[in-house]
Design a protein around this ligand. Structure first.
Ligand SMILES: Nc1nc2c(ncn2[C@@H]2O[C@H](COP(=O)(O)OP(=O)(O)OP(=O)(O)O)[C@@H](O)[C@H]2O)c(=O)[nH]1
Ligand SMILES: [Mg+2]
Length: 424
């Protein structure tokens, strides 16, 4: 009797354990069934996207920064709580925008696009320059949009305004003439300040002193594809000093005497212009390339080709160098930034073409970019899928192999054409 009583608690415990075991089995089988059902649904619904992902993942063994994402909730890294963001090692670089307060919306649009396509993974600093103080609304909204730190600098008036040695009467006369002729921005004073500043002063701003590289961004531009690499890293590792995406012809009416000044500069500075290894041919060759004759006739040996400088990634140490400053001062002394309307695009392009080794200039053919009215988009279908592009190189406005483009001249006379860059 006594023995039976001492056994009872054990029987109850065993009974409870058995019950718990049954409950656990029930829960486990529910989970298992759910998983099976989940993977069946996943298999049915996502089969096509999985096939696509596998196809592009294995293409020619290229290694991409991120695996291609399926068109499901796995799209968003943040949604599965297991991922955490490790910021890749950054270069000593900043994103750079010269901009006016009233261009805030356009600035935010460009930032949003570049953050989404590139900087959200890196958090590079944004540097904003203006000839007037930035207002609070501009600072607040751009700071909120940036994934990195933001800084705002006022350009000193002596770096921006028309120098006092420019003849006032002659300047006004030329301004009016160009306006009457219908030259783009021909009658605009501030545009001339901007072009001269971008040609010879942006790199002298104190706020840029700590950096080695800049990436110029303008309001209202768009980046149509994910960046498959950090372009700053590509620049440093491959010893590149100037990077571009679009090259087109300049309006000759804006630079009637620029080439005369350049020829004089070359003549007077033979020791810093290495004609053997520079890209002189890129800016002077005017033969037929491919099926296109040049769409513009030039009155000088300059073929009017220039890298479209609203997108540029550059080595600040090159622009800060004595040779570049010498080149800029030489041109500046001619007054053509004001008496004509020399743009920073031909000035930078001729400068880098003369002063850099052609292998120090890089065409980023994987990057897609739009600035009204042109865009560039990777020619390779595979790249466009991999980089989730929103562009089609076969539609209007795509400039690369259009008669308006000088890119074929770069392939012919510059560093050649490459689709894939090793060592990214
Ligand atoms: N702070 C400031 N920025 C300017 C001024 N003029 C132009 N900019 C900036 O300089 C860059 C080039 O000016 P844009 O007006 O875009 O010139 P553009 O690209 O030749 O011509 P668009 O076809 O109008 O884009 C842009 O980032 C502008 O925001 C100015 O007077 N002050
Ligand atoms: Mg612009």
């Amino acid at each position: 009797m006594l023995r039976n009583q001492t056994r009872r608690p054990f029987v109850v415990i065993i009974f409870l354990l058995a019950l718990f075991g049954l409950y656990l089995t029930y829960i486990l089988s529910l989970v298992l069934l759910n998983c099976l059902e989940g993977s069946r649904i996943e298999k049915d619904l996502f089969e096509r996207s999985r096939e696509v992902a596998e196809k592009y993942q294995s293409h020619r063994g290229r290694h991409f920064k991120k695996p291609l994402k399926l068109s499901s909730n796995s799209y968003d890294d943040e949604m599965n709580g297991f991922t955490f963001h490790k910021v890749p090692q950054r270069e000593n670089a900043t994103l750079l925008m010269l901009v006016r307060n009233w261009e805030l919306n356009g600035a935010l649009k460009s930032m949003r696009s570049l953050e989404d396509r590139f900087n959200r993974d890196y958090h590079y600093d944004w540097t904003f320059l203006n000839d007037e103080p930035f207002d609070d609304a501009f600072i607040e909204a751009t700071t909120a949009m940036a994934s990195g730190k933001t800084q705002y600098a006022l350009v000193p008036p002596e770096h921006w305004n028309r120098p006092n040695w420019i003849d006032e009467e002659e300047f006004e006369r030329r301004l009016q003439l160009m306006e009457e002729k219908g030259v783009l921005y021909g009658g605009t004073r501030s545009y001339r300040n901007m072009c001269r500043f971008n040609s010879g002063y942006f790199f002298r701003q104190k706020v840029l002193e700590p950096y080695d590289y800049y990436f110029r961004v303008e309001p209202d531009v768009e980046y149509y594809c994910d960046f498959p690499y950090d372009p700053f890293k590509v620049m440093r590792r491959n010893n590149k000093k100037y990077g571009f995406v679009i090259a087109i012809y300049e309006y000759e009416d804006t630079i009637p005497t620029l080439w005369d000044a350049v020829e004089e500069f070359i003549e007077d500075n033979k020791e810093i212009v290495d004609m053997e290894n520079n890209s002189y041919d890129f800016i002077t060759d005017s033969e037929v390339v491919g099926t296109f004759t040049p769409i513009v006739d030039s009155n000088s040996d300059y073929n009017l080709c220039h890298f479209w400088s609203n997108f540029e990634i550059g080595d600040l140490n090159f622009f800060r160098s004595e040779r570049y400053k010498k080149y800029f001062e030489y041109l500046d002394s001619k007054g053509g930034f004001y008496y004509e309307r020399w743009g920073d695009a031909p000035v930078h392009s001729i400068g880098v073409s003369l002063l850099l080794n052609r292998d120090e200039i890089i065409h980023f053919d994987e990057l897609a970019y739009y600035h009204n009215p042109y865009y560039t988009c990777p020619a390779s279908h595979n790249m466009r899928i991999q980089q989730r592009c929103q562009c089609n190189p076969h539609e209007d406005g795509h400039v690369d192999i259009d008669p308006n483009s000088c890119l074929m001249r770069w392939w012919k006379n510059g560093a050649g054409k490459t689709f894939l860059k090793d060592d990214q």
